[in-house]
Design a protein around this ligand. Structure first.
Ligand code: SF4
Length: 113
């Protein structure tokens, strides 16, 4: 039995997931059950970070993936962000890196700069 806190919404229900049957208890809504099952079988996360930028008003630009990616790809994606430099001007939501690490997710700008 794996225990976790559901992070889908601020309510933070305490979930218990049977790893053999994938039965979820403690959830208040179906989204929690889905989250619990995914955490056991294939945990996903949205990656947030920053990249270097030239020509901007700050030296770094906040970025994030536009969807959740497999948790095991997070360090690979952070390495890509570390080696990437954006060029101002950049619009909020602009795709900076498409299909990062083959995940199907894009790295997008979190702000205008
Ligand atoms: S189980 Fe539903 S209500 Fe509870 S934290 Fe998750 S999303 Fe929110």
């Amino acid at each position: 039995m794996k225990e976790m806190v559901c992070i889908v919404c601020p309510r933070g229900c305490r979930l218990k997931v049977d790893e053999a049957t994938l039965e979820v208890t403690g959830n208040t809504c179906p989204r929690g059950a889905e989250y619990g099952r995914n955490e056991v079988t294939r945990p996903m996360r949205t990656v947030t970070g920053s990249v270097a930028i030239t020509g901007g008003i700050h030296p770094r630009l906040a970025v994030r993936t536009d969807r959740a990616v497999p948790k095991e790809k997070m360090f690979d994606i952070m390495n890509v962000l570390h080696g990437f430099t954006a060029c101002a001007p950049v619009k909020r939501g602009e795709v900076l890196i498409a299909d990062v690490c083959g995940t199907g997710a894009n790295v997008i700008s979190s702000r205008d700069m």
